[in-house]
Design a protein around this ligand. Sequence first.
Ligand code: 9MR
Length: 359
Amino acid sequence: MRTLARGPRRTAAVLTASAALLVGLASAPAAEAASPHRHRPVTLDDLARQHGRYFGSAVDNPELADTAYADLLGAEFGQTTPGNGMKWDATEPQRGVFDFTSGDEIADYAKAKGLKLRGHTLLWHSQLPSWLSSGSWTAEELRAVLKTHITQVVKHYRGKVFAWDVANEIMNEDGTYRENIFYKTIGPSYIADALRWAHAADPKVKLYLNDYNVEGTGAKSDAYYTLIKQLKADGVPIDGFGMQAHLALQYGFPYQLQQNIQRFADLGVDVAITELDIRMVLPSDATTLARQADWYSQVTSACLAVRRCVGITLWGYSDGHSWIPSTFPGEGAALPWDENLRHKPAYDAIHAALTAARS
Ligand code: 9MR
């Protein structure tokens, strides 16, 4: 079995447990001494690592000031993603003027806590700086702007992030290309070029396409399946597909989730669950929280069932720090920890799913 120990933090935990065992052996009854790990908390990431996966949570810069939240995130999880700190409006607020303050803050935090870091995101229709979104560009000008942005940001985080969401949310629900500024100005070739520029800037980093409503089979995930297959056939560097998984109880569980993950894996790319949360209409009650717990369990099990599903990231882990209530008024309670950082049934369900699955 793989060891649970990882870095100084884990080593300290093991030493503490060993010390407790030695003390316990001197005085405790035999039954207690026989379970040396009884007092060592086993985190979701510890369990995921036994399967060769990570379990992570996004974090947004202001949340780092909430030390209870940031400390628990660092202790429980093995991976993080900046909620906003590496987006275009943060990293290149003026043309050619790069500001890595927010992204670096998260990268430093990740390093200090021993967390793997996903980069999010190099290109998106949202959170673009106004110099870009309200400028008027020829195709050649915008290609140059995109190339510079991707090259600078990827180079800056080389060796710090293990994966990039290169292009975020580039498809419509019906499987046609989203008419973002890049599509409208350059045409669909911007996607392959973005991947090539990112690869040139850091040949080792894993390059992903990432979107929501692609967890189940359907027109939108079909479009990604076709695109990734074509990119692979054309020799374009593409390593992974990110399924955001912003789920909602009222819309039903994604259709054929595991089979959908599997078909992308079969194309020869990794799959990651990148922004998982499961919202509901408020107020929550025992029934909805139990249903939510079951969904978290199903998502976890589906990922573990596909060898190339490399990890799961929650989009924040507590109901106290979630994008949902402000975006969907009247909805929330989407995460496995409540506002007071107490476990909800969803936490126990994820824990059980990670424990039950065979390595
Ligand atoms: O969590 C992010 C939130 O703080 C921002 O206000 C929001 C702006 O659109 O973006 C959120 O993150 C999004 C992510 O970057 C892409 N997928 C959807 C996420 C939720 O909106």
